[in-house]
Design a protein around this ligand. Structure first.
Ligand code: KIV
Ligand code: NA
Length: 263
């Protein structure tokens, strides 16, 4: 395996922080590949790229299509592809069939799925059969209809024990890393201290073993980013200015000019 491996990610627990971003395309993935340890082809692509209100409607084939593009555009980072809603919850067998399709058809190195203790049996089933699994607990967007929206987790201390049990269960089942999403800092810190696999935070504080953000959010393409996003770019403004300039140039016949014309 030429890329950063699953065991290499797991062995970073407690040492230098793990760097990750999402990507859905060959061109952005090639840039992220220079800096990230792993790249997640997240099912957030349904909302970010395809205008869906939640991730619930994302089809397996769409994940495979974007996953393949990201694998093609990269050579260094580990590529992790999200299993979409409905493709893994029913049984370990169905989860294996769909995860195997994702691995074979995209060339990715691992899959991610949402859920804690209830998914432990499936995580063990996949891992024992050659499919590395990244787990994801806390705010799990695929359950947003049950949770009544995208809700920060762990605000009342009584709820912590269940999250801690979820983290322990997925780690014990063989997950190689664990995404903690939308969770208060002291809970993320406690989970990170309690389990032997790295935690990857998104809206879960600097206490995690690594961080992930949605690339479009941190680049400034989302006009209303969540509180936990640090915005490093102004792509929205740059694209708007470029498109406006182009429209002006076409209307004023100042594009194309000599430089762009075949003689
Ligand atoms: O779909 C996604 O982008 C994710 C993360 C941001 C962790 O699951
Ligand atoms: Na996701």
């Amino acid at each position: 395996i030429r890329r950063i491996t699953v065991p290499a990610i797991t062995s970073r627990k407690g040492s230098d922080p793990i760097v990750s971003l999402t990507s859905y395309h060959a061109h952005t993935a090639a840039i992220v590949d220079k800096f990230a340890d792993f790249i997640l082809v997240g099912d957030s692509l349904g909302m970010v790229m395809h205008g869906m209100e939640t991730t619930v409607g994302v089809p397996l084939d769409l994940m495979i299509m974007h996953g393949r593009a990201v694998v093609r555009g990269t050579r260094r980072a580990l590529i992790v592809v999200d299993m979409p809603f409905g493709s893994y919850e029913e049984s370990p067998q169905i989860a294996f069939r769909n995860a195997a399709r994702i691995m074979k058809e995209t060339g990715c190195g691992a899959v991610k799925l949402e859920g804690g203790a209830r998914m432990a049996e499936t995580i063990r089933f996949l891992t024992e059969r050659g499919i590395p699994v990244m787990a994801h607990i806390g705010l799990t967007p695929q359950s947003s209809h049950v949770m009544g929206g995208f809700k920060t987790q762990g605000r009342d201390e009584e709820s912590w024990a269940a999250h801690q049990a979820d983290a322990a269960a997925v780690a014990d089942a063989g997950a190689f890393a664990l995404v903690l999403e939308g969770m208060v800092e002291p809970l993320a810190a406690r989970i990170t201290a309690e389990i032997a696999i790295p935690t990857i935070g998104i809206g879960a504080s600097v206490e995690c073993d690594g961080q992930i953000l949605v690339l479009e959010d941190m680049l400034g393409l989302n006009p209303t980013p969540p509180k936990f996003v640090k915005v490093y770019g102004d792509l929205l403004g740059q694209i708007e200015r470029a498109v406006e300039q182009y429209a002006d140039d076409v209307r004023s016949r100042s594009f194309p000019t000599e430089d762009q014309v075949y003689r």
